[in-house]
Design a protein around this ligand. Structure first.
Ligand SMILES: Nc1nc2c(ncn2[C@@H]2O[C@H](COP(=O)(O)OP(=O)(O)OP(=O)(O)O)[C@@H](O)[C@H]2O)c(=O)[nH]1
Ligand SMILES: [Mg+2]
Ligand SMILES: [Zn+2]
Length: 318
């Protein structure tokens, strides 16, 4: 953990009960941030007996601990989760089960570069579906705006602004947008995601000097051969009002495994006003006559490219 948290001296005495947040989880150990400092904790046996899952306690979870020594504790209880970011994991008998990666996520920062790597609207649409389906707030960050003309960046992302997603145009070269990102992150638990090389770590380093996240070629080298991208750490941002961030390589593996095709239209938020207007109940908005969604596309109130990405996703095209 950061030197700041290590240096803080817990004032709690053995046997005290404290509430805190899990910032790091590794091999059965949990680092819990409390008002009385950081405690390295293990789970109480009774918790493990109650539920045999690996996501019993994850980063972001609010927990109650009992103090075992000046900087060690035992997790007594995990408080109910307000929200979660989960992915599909192998379960028993070849079935899949949900595996929670981060608990109590307030928002997801979807980081996409204007160039290098080239902007992929399909991928952004997919991520948005995942977030809508999980009921997670979204902030889109368009990075590397210094590499393209302002109008070009605007042309890529304006459709998302028009359907109500906040978009921050940012550059770590010029400093544009950094203050906006800082404001968006303050006092919240955020998951930062996006394809490798879009500038996630560079952005966070600038938002919060001192984080010292590895960037560029070094980062690429480290991620080679690292197949599991399990989020293991929440980084304290120490912004006014606090805030924590998980810098994750990608939420691609979360996939849309439990998303029923009927639920997909609702995940395209600009479709929602039309969903009750289609002639047929259970309209897929692909081939039916008198479809209000298709009419809105023709009328230009729904963006055609967004609609195309819906049709492809609905057909199972990845
Ligand atoms: N021109 C320009 N380059 C940037 C900007 N932000 C980051 N870069 C460069 O883009 C490359 C990748 O940046 P990273 O911050 O490592 O990207 P990342 O998203 O963390 O990548 P992974 O950790 O592999 O997922 C580095 O060479 C950065 O210097 C920017 O705003 N403008
Ligand atoms: Mg990185
Ligand atoms: Zn329809």
């Amino acid at each position: 953990m950061s030197s700041k948290t290590e240096a803080s001296t817990p004032t709690a005495t053995v046997g005290d009960r404290l509430n805190g947040v899990i910032l790091r989880a590794q091999s059965g150990f949990f680092w819990v941030q409390t008002d009385a400092g950081m405690f390295e904790c293990r789970l109480r046996g009774k918790l493990k007996r109650e539920r045999q899952t690996t996501d019993l306690a994850v980063i972001g979870d609010e927990v109650e601990i009992s103090v075992v020594s000046p900087n060690e504790g035992a997790v007594e209880a995990v408080l109910p989760r307000r929200s979660k970011l989960a992915r599909r994991a192998a379960g028993s008998k070849g079935a899949f089960k949900e595996d929670v990666m981060v608990a109590n996520v307030d928002q997801v920062l979807l980081v996409f570069a204007c160039a290098q790597p080239a902007f992929s609207p399909r991928m952004l649409d997919r991520y948005l579906v995942i977030c809508e389906y999980s009921d997670l707030e979204v902030v889109i960050v368009a990075t590397k705006v210094d590499l393209v003309a302002a109008e070009q960046a605007e042309a890529l992302f304006s459709v998302y602004t028009s359907i109500g997603y906040p978009v921050i145009y940012a550059s770590t070269q010029t400093g544009q947008g950094i203050e906006d990102v800082r404001r968006a992150l303050a006092d919240k638990i955020s998951v930062v995601t996006g394809k490798s090389g879009v500038g996630k770590s560079s952005l966070l380093n600038m938002v919060r000097p001192g984080l010292n996240l590895v960037t560029g070629a070094v980062s690429e080298l480290l991620s080679k051969g690292r197949h599991t991208t399990t989020v293991a750490e929440l980084l304290p941002l120490d912004l006014s009002g606090g805030g924590y961030v998980a810098d994750t390589p990608g939420i691609r593996e979360i996939g849309l495994w439990n998303l029923a095709p009927e639920a997909l239209d609702w995940c395209y938020r600009e479709f929602r006003p039309y969903l009750d207007e289609c002639y047929f109940a259970g309209c897929t908005h692909v081939h039916e006559p008198n479809c209000a969604v298709q009419a809105a596309v023709k009328a230009g109130t729904i963006d055609e490219r967004r609609y195309d990405s819906y049709v492809k996703l609905r057909a199972g095209d990845e």
